[in-house]
Design a protein around this ligand. Structure first.
Ligand code: ACO
Length: 376
C-alpha cells in the first residue's frame, strides 16, 4: 500500500515527545507547556534543557547545565581563522552552515552516536554557533572578534560578542524570548531534514548542517528576511493596502503569512507581536510595527478565510531589527535557536531509529532504446 501526498502533507513520519502543535486552534506546546508560558517565564537555557530531557530542570540541574554550556563558549582552535577566511560578502547563513560542517573536523569522535555523545556534541554546537555568527559579522565590518564572556547567559553573550558592549536587560530578555519561541516546532522541514540525515546513522554535525541548509529557504526560516524587505519597500502605513493588493494581483506571496500546519494565528506570532510593539516603541521604530499591523489587517480581510495568518517570521522581523540586527542575520538568529530543537530530534531519532526511505512514483518512459551518441 502506498500513499502519495505532494509535499508530504498529512503524512505522519515520526513520533515525538518534544513539541505539540494544534494548527486548528493555534496551540504550540514544548513537552506540554504552552509556548506563551515559556516565553513569559522561562529562559532559553531552561527551554533547551526541557527539549532535551522532556522535563523542566531543578535549580541545581539548571545551574549545572548553564555552567556546562558557558564553559564551552570558546571555539576550537583554528575555527576563528577559518571564519576570517570566509569572503566578507558571503551570506551569513552560508558561512554558518559551512562552519558547523567544519566543526566536525575538530571532534576526535565525530561519528559517535550514543545518546550521551549526541548530547555532548549538541551542547558544543549550541555553545559555538553564536561565536561563529558574531565573529563573521565583525570580520566583515573590519573588526576583531570579541572573546565570549562566560559570566553571561546565551543571549547576552551573543549580543556582547556581536557589539562589544554589554546589552541592556531589555534587549537580553527580548532576544531570549526570540530564542525560546523559535526553538522547536514539530516536524518542520529543517527538523525533518535533520531526522532524515541522522536516520542513516550519519552524525550530529551532518544533521545540523543539513538542517541549516533547509532553514535558509524563503519558504521556511528565510521568510523573516523577506518580511523585513517587504516592510522596507512600503513607505508608509497608507501604502500598505496598494502594496499587498498588488502582490495578490501578481500572484506573489506575502512573506510571514501562511503555514502548512496552522490554519489559525501562529501562537509564536502572538507572542512576538507584543514584543515587537514594545521594542518598536522603545527604539523609535513604531512605523515598522504600524506597517506590520496594517498588513495583518489587510490579510485578515483578504485571506484569513483560507486559513492564512501571520506565522513566526512576521513579527520576528521587526523584533530583530529593533534589537539592532542586520537583515542577513535574521535567519542565522533563527538557526541559533532551532539548533536546540534539531538536536533534540536527532537524539530522539537515535533513541528509536529506523531509516527514512520513502518511495517515489516514477512518471517517466520505459524501455527506451539506447541511441549511440553520434546518432543523436
Ligand atoms: N501569501 C499569499 N498566499 C498564500 C500565502 C502567502 N504567504 N501562503 C499560502 N498562500 C496561498 C497559496 O497561494 C495557495 O493558494 P491557492 O490554493 O489559491 O493556490 C494556498 O494559500 C495554499 O498554499 P500552499 O503553498 O499550497 O501551502 P503550503 O502549506 O504548501 O505552504 C508556506 C506553506 C510555504 C509556508 C506558504 O504559506 C508560504 O509560502 N508562505 C510565505 C513564506 C513564509 O512565510 N514561510 C515561513 C513559514 S513558517 C516557518 O517555516 C518558520
Amino acid at each position: 500500500m502506498t500513499t502519495f501526498s505532494k509535499g508530504l502533507e498529512g503524512i505522519v513520519a515520526a513520533e515525538t515527545a518534544i513539541s505539540y502543535i494544534d494548527g486548528t486552534n493555534g496551540i504550540l506546546e514544548y513537552v506540554g507547556i504552552p509556548i506563551g508560558e515559556l516565553a513569559s517565564k522561562s529562559t532559553f537555557e531552561e527551554t533547551v534543557f526541557l527539549l532535551w530531557n522532556q522535563r523542566l530542570p531543578t535549580k541545581g540541574e539548571l545551574a549545572a547545565f548553564t555552567t556546562d554550556l558557558r564553559a564551552r563558549y570558546e571555539l576550537p582552535e583554528g575555527m576563528l581563522e577559518r571564519i576570517a577566511a570566509a569572503p566578507t560578502d558571503a551570506e551569513p547563513m552560508h558561512v554558518l552552515r559551512t562552519m558547523v560542517s567544519a566543526l566536525s573536523m575538530f571532534d576526535p569522535n565525530p561519528n559517535e552516536n550514543t545518546v550521551e555523545a549526541a548530547r555532548d556534541k549538541a551542547l558544543n554546537i549550541l555553545a559555538w554557533t553564536p561565536s561563529i555568527v558574531a565573529a563573521f559579522d565583525r570580520n566583515r565590518r573590519g573588526l576583531a572578534p570579541v572573546a565570549p564572556d562566560t559570566s553571561l547567559g546565551f543571549s547576552a553573550n551573543f549580543l556582547y560578542m556581536l557589539n562589544d558592549t554589554k546589552p541592556t536587560d531589555a534587549m537580553i530578555r527580548a532576544f531570549d524570548i526570540c530564542m525560546i519561541t523559535h526553538a522547536d516546532h514539530g516536524l518542520n522541514n529543517s527538523t525533518f531534514t535533520a531526522r532524515v540525515i541522522i536516520s542513516t546513522l550519519s552524525d550530529m554535525y551532518s544533521a545540523i548542517t543539513g538542517a541549516i541548509g533547509s532553514l535558509r529557504g524563503p519558504l521556511h526560516g528565510g521568510a523573516n528576511e523577506g518580511v523585513m524587505k517587504m516592510l522596507n519597500e512600503i513607505d508608509s502605513v497608507a501604502d500598505a493596502e496598494a502594496y499587498v493588493m498588488g502582490k495578490f494581483e501578481r500572484k506573489e506571496r506575502i512573506m510571514g503569512f501562511g503555514h502548512r500546519v496552522y490554519k489559525a494565528k501562529d501562537p509564536r506570532a502572538t507572542e512576538l507581536m507584543s514584543l515587537a510593539k514594545q521594542l518598536a516603541d522603545d527604539t523609535g521604530n513604531s512605523d515598522l510595527y504600524e506597517k506590520s499591523h496594517a498588513i495583518e489587517q489587510i490579510m485578515d480581510r483578504e485571506v484569513a478565510a483560507k486559513g492564512i495568518y501571520p506565522n513566526v517570521d512576521f513579527y520576528s522581523a521587526t523584533t530583530y531589527h529593533c534589537i539592532g540586527l542586520k537583515l542577513d542575520l535574521f535567519t542565522p538568529m533563527f538557526a541559533l535557536s532551532r539548533i536546540a530543537g534539531w538536536a533534540g530530534h536527532v537524539i530522539e531519532q537515535l533513541g528509536d531509529n529506523r531509516l527514512f526511505r520513502p518511495t517515489v512514483n516514477y512518471v517517466g518512459p520505459h524501455n527506451v532504446p539506447y541511441v549511440p551518441i553520434d546518432e543523436r
